[in-house]
Write a protein that binds this ligand. Sequence first.
Ligand SMILES: C[S@@+](CC[C@H](N)C(=O)[O-])C[C@H]1O[C@@H](n2cnc3c(N)ncnc32)[C@H](O)[C@@H]1O
Length: 264
Amino acid sequence: MAPILMPPGHDEFPDGLPPTVTKREVIGAQVRAGEKRYEELLARMTPARREAYLALFNCHEGDGCGPLTGRFRTNGIGAPGDYKFMDWPGEAGKFSFVADDISRANHSCRPNAHPHFDYELFATVLRAVRPIQAGEEICISYVRRGVDNYEERKKSLAPYGFECSCPSCVDHVASDARRAIIATFNNPEPVNRNPYYHIKRNLWKVSLIQEEGLEELTDYLSLHHHLRMGYRMMGDNVKAAEVRKREDQLNWVKFNKPALKELF
Ligand SMILES: C[S@@+](CC[C@H](N)C(=O)[O-])C[C@H]1O[C@@H](n2cnc3c(N)ncnc32)[C@H](O)[C@@H]1O
C-alpha cells in the first residue's frame, strides 16, 4: 500500500504575510498557500497518480478549504516516527500521506485493523488486530486516542461528516463505562505480591478490552506481556507460550517488529 502523496514539511507562508492581518486573513492565507502547494505537488505526478488522488473522497467541500487540501484532510493517515527524507531541508519529523487503498478504509471506534507506515518499505502495512470474519468490513480508527468516550469521538469525527454507528456508539452508555475503566489501567495499583491475583486481574483487563473492541491499544499488548510474566512465575510454561504467541502477533500488528528477545 504505497502512498500517492506524502508532502514534506513546508513554510506555510513562503511569500510572507502582510504586516497587519486579522486571524480570518491568516486562515485564508494558510488555506490558499496550502492549496497552491498541493497544486504544485500534483503537477509533478504522473496523470495516473493525479487521477488516483482526485478520485479520493472529499468531505470538506463547502467548508472553505480547497479541493486538493480537502482530499488530503479527508484521507490523510499519520506516519509516526522521526523520519528525515534523504536530502530534504529541515528537521526530521512525522508525516501524513494518502494512498489508493488504505485511504479508502472507513472508520470504526472498534477497529479490527491497524495501519503501520513502514519507512523502509515506504508503504503501509495493514494488519488485523483480531480475527476478522469473512464478509466483515475492515475498518481502522480515525480517532487518535483509542479510549475517547462517545462525545469526544463525536467531536473528533465531526469534520468527516458522518455519525459512527458502531456498537460502541449505539450503546454508548455501556461503552463509555467500559472505556472509563480501561483508561485507568495504567494507574498505580496497591501492592499485591500474589501472582494469581495479577493473572486474574490481567485476564479481566484483557477481556474488557476485547469486549470494547480496543485490541489496537498498546495497553492490550503490555497486558499480554504482564500476563506471560505471571504465568512464567507460576511455572505454567504452556500458558506462557500461548500468551507469547499472541504477544508476538500484537508486536507485528502495532510496531511491525517481533517482541524483544527475552534477557533471561
Ligand atoms: C477516508 S474516507 C473513507 C473512504 C470513503 N468511504 C471512500 O469511499 O473513499 C472518509 C469518509 O468515509 C466516510 N466514512 C468513513 N467511515 C464511516 C463510517 N463508519 N460510517 C459512515 N461513513 C463513513 C465518511 O464520508 C468520511 O468522510
